[in-house]
Design a binder for this molecule. Structure first.
Ligand code: KIV
Length: 284
């Protein structure tokens, strides 16, 4: 097989310039990363949505650095082509610039990802600038920020009024100026995402941001129909993998209970005389 070229940040920036849409999806394990990389995804986000779709938490805030590291490493072992973003968990970057650089460094160096993502706008621009200066590429995340959704009044669309929209634009401009190479725009009106995409030089990736962003991201479990607790309006479900897998596991259980599995096809055997000798020796 021909060597696969790893996508660089300049390659992604060139896609924005050329108007080529960028595809991004979450993945949290070796097999998931193999699958989406083979499918041709441009960016994997090892998102802190991990907490909800893989670890069974109610939200993203309980996710720890160790959990993010444990899921970033196997993803890195799987990918050949796509860019991988490691998500900074809540409170791993919120206390000080020093704390943010230290933890970004751990995720980047030990986790091996190609960039890190953190949530927040203008307030976090100095943090973004400090991490970028330390040599680590940063992906921003504004609009609806799940780690602080409580403070935003829940999982609601952001930036609908003039003042609220201006705040989101200012957030985007601050992150752009701080050196973020890309920003996730979550749950904001399409027109606002379009304005931001035109205004900033960095890449915009929408999740509930409409068609005009430079690219789109969704959670893998959502598009595969693996996570049924709730489905936001912006999620398109492309498969019913939960029911597909449920059917397979139920079939296995049924075949075990009915003594239909394993048949000879799935069984190892040994010579009869060895069996007879074993029977003799063990009185069976
Ligand atoms: O953690 C995550 O999956 C995310 C996406 C929703 C962008 O941050």
């Amino acid at each position: 097989m021909a060597d696969v070229q790893k996508l660089s940040i300049p390659d992604l920036a060139a896609m924005k310039k050329e108007g080529k849409k960028i595809s991004m999806i979450t993945a949290y394990s070796y097999p998931q990363a193999l699958l989406v990389d083979e499918a041709g995804i441009d960016i994997i986000l090892v998102g802190d949505s991990l907490g909800m779709v893989e670890l069974g938490y109610n939200g993203t805030t309980p996710v720890t650095m160790d959990e993010m590291l444990n899921h970033t490493k196997p993803v890195m072992r799987a990918v050949k082509r796509c860019h991988v973003v490691g998500d900074m968990p809540f409170m791993s970057y919120n206390i000080s610039k020093e704390q943010a650089i230290t933890n970004a460094g751990i995720l980047y160096k030990d986790g091996g990802c190609d960039s890190i993502k953190l949530e927040g706008g203008q307030d976090f621009a100095p943090t973004v600038e400090a991490i970028v200066k330390a040599g680590i590429p940063v992906f921003g995340h504004i609009g609806l920020t799940p780690q602080t959704a409580g403070a935003l009044g829940g999982f609601k669309v952001q930036g609908k009024s003039l003042d609220a929209a201006k705040k989101v634009i200012e957030d985007a401009m601050a992150l752009d100026a701080a050196g973020a190479f890309a920003i996730v725009l979550e749950a904001i009106p399409r027109q606002l995402a379009q304005l931001i995409t035109q205004k900033v030089k960095c890449i915009t990736i929408g999740i509930g941001g409409g068609i005009d962003c430079d690219g789109q991201v969704l959670v893998l479990h959502d598009i595969l129909g693996l996570f049924k607790r709730f489905t936001p309006k912006f999620v398109k479900v492309y498969a019913n993998a939960y029911d597909f897998q449920l059917k397979a596991v139920k079939e296995f259980i049924g075949e075990v209970q009915e003594k239909k599995f394993p048949t000879e096809e799935y069984t190892f055997t040994m010579k009869d005389d060895v069996v007879q000798e074993l029977r003799k020796q063990y009185g069976l």
